[in-house]
Design a protein around this ligand. Sequence first.
Ligand SMILES: Nc1ncnc2c1ncn2[C@@H]1O[C@H](COP(=O)(O)OP(=O)(O)OP(=O)(O)O)[C@@H](O)[C@H]1O
Ligand SMILES: O=C(O)C[C@@H](O)[C@H](O)C(=O)CO
Length: 331
Amino acid sequence: MSLDLIAIGRACIDLNAVEYNRPMEDTLTFSKYVGGSPANIAIGLARLGLRAGFIGKLADDQHGRFISRYMSEAGVDTSGLTVDREGRKTGLAFTEIISPDECSIMMYRDEAADLFLRPEEVDENYIRQAGILLVSGTGLSRSPSREAVLKALQIARRNGVKVVFELDYRPYTWASPEETALYYSLVAELSDIVIGTRDEFDKLENHIGGSNEDTIQQLFRHQPQLVVIKHGVDGSYAYARTGEVYRGRAYKAQVLKTFGAGDSYAAAFLYALINDMGITAALQFGSAAAAIVVSKHSSSAAMPGVADIEALIAAQEAAATDAQSSLTGKE
Ligand SMILES: Nc1ncnc2c1ncn2[C@@H]1O[C@H](COP(=O)(O)OP(=O)(O)OP(=O)(O)O)[C@@H](O)[C@H]1O
Ligand SMILES: O=C(O)C[C@@H](O)[C@H](O)C(=O)CO
């Protein structure tokens, strides 16, 4: 077996408001989906036809079994999953969709099983047959998951497996900003590619209002070859260690909710990189996949296929060219 990418971290349950455009107090019905950033990314890559695997710990309950079955049916290799036997629960995320710009997530993650993944449950032989290890930042927030992720990182480094660090900052599991900055910078400096929002890089640097230039100057002193910094609807930048800067625009979308944007972006961006399509195409793929997912109800179940992404890019690039021609008066 050989896998294009293995993601390590949490696989949980999303309960997304079915009656939306209202506060959660007025929502009576929720739809169940698999959630958790690294699980969503693995599912997104499998939907794009790549061989994706997952390392994580599931609760020994109905939700854990649902996640395992869903991921496996989605085409994700689940042989790296372990099951908690000590009564811990699956993490739940209730999502509130008040309006397209006002979405929030209410977490139930006390003693969540995923944070109890142990280093001895991370198998060197599993990781060494992958092209990429994707580390999700939340897995670093607590022990023993923290040590399990660090072990996976160490295995990847010594076996020539590329490491992608998705910052995936979620405030609820970290003890302090200093702790977040310490582990984020440690892992970012050992990774080949770092992907995050501007706000997440501020967490890594432990200050507010940092600049992309300062961020890349610091990270390029270490291992990273590519740093991707997302700015929501204002688009995203990819900085190469060799000095090139690429800008990707966000595509127009009929936005229903904003969560899931980052995970679909990461999956499609990495799909394009793995297929040697170049960084400009990777930025287009990431933005197009995100535009599709923000217009749908779920994150994992809405991950698009290659044809959907290509169709959105073709339509929106053609529209942008038409708009440009009518401005300049050229055909
Ligand atoms: N409202 C939107 N409409 C269209 N595209 C969007 C929108 N919001 C985000 N995107 C696209 O998704 C990409 C990632 O979004 P963002 O920077 O919000 O990531 P994130 O905060 O990691 O997402 P998440 O909410 O899943 O954690 C952006 O660079 C952009 O291309
Ligand atoms: O685990 C979370 O933090 C929430 C996710 O389950 C959810 O799918 C999401 O926010 C995607 O980015």
